[in-house]
Ligand binder design. Sequence first.
Ligand SMILES: Cc1cc2nc3c(=O)[nH]c(=O)nc-3n(C[C@H](O)[C@H](O)[C@H](O)COP(=O)(O)O)c2cc1C
Length: 226
Amino acid sequence: MPIASSGRLPVCTSAGCAAKFFAPASHLSVELINLKLVRGQVADSGTTMTKKSYPLSKVYGLLEPGPVLLLTTFHDGVANVMTMSWQTMIEFEPPLIGCVISNRNHSFEMLKASKQCVINIPTAEIAEKVVGCGNTSGAKINKFEQFGLTQKPASLVTAPLIDECFASLECRVVDTGLVAKYGMFVIEVVKAWLDPAVKNPRTIHHQGHGNFMLAGERIKLKSAMK
Ligand SMILES: Cc1cc2nc3c(=O)[nH]c(=O)nc-3n(C[C@H](O)[C@H](O)[C@H](O)COP(=O)(O)O)c2cc1C
């Protein structure tokens, strides 16, 4: 509603705020202004949507925050892996990521103690292993053995890279200010690895309650976003 009525996206005025990149660019504003508000429905090129009330408990599935990841940790001589999908980018460079991790997970204590982790990005080919790591606890089993995931040493952190993932990001915890209230760890990527041979990786996206969407078709549009 505010976007359609004002034609502007929210602008952060504070210096150094990553949100400044979301400020309106001239060619984008034109498209926003062309949206018409019709009795609660947004009309764009003749397309209308008839919205109905939706349960609040299902909202998170609409806003899936990015690919499902495998977060590895290492503490007291033992490595663990956990499935994670509640993460968000906070800054471009150095890349900062906010990760919500429940204190009921074994990984929570491991990350809190070691202050290091690796974020591994899996694809559809190992989707069942990924969900398996999200349904079991490293406090009880060795998930690398159980699900056939291969550990490789990282260069700057003690947590392992997962060989079956096309990208792995070595991270350090840089802010725990929101951990007590929200379980949100702010981590900084200190080293990134990617297999360039993997073109158009089919990443896995969680929509809640066992529903997943796979990345597929890609389009390129003129965008002011970095
Ligand atoms: C698709 C999927 C996404 C998940 N995302 C998160 C998440 O973002 N944060 C979290 O705390 N747990 C998440 N979980 C649950 C943990 O992966 C799960 O509790 C796991 O058993 C924790 O393992 P651990 O006890 O070895 O740390 C997710 C599970 C699945 C299947």
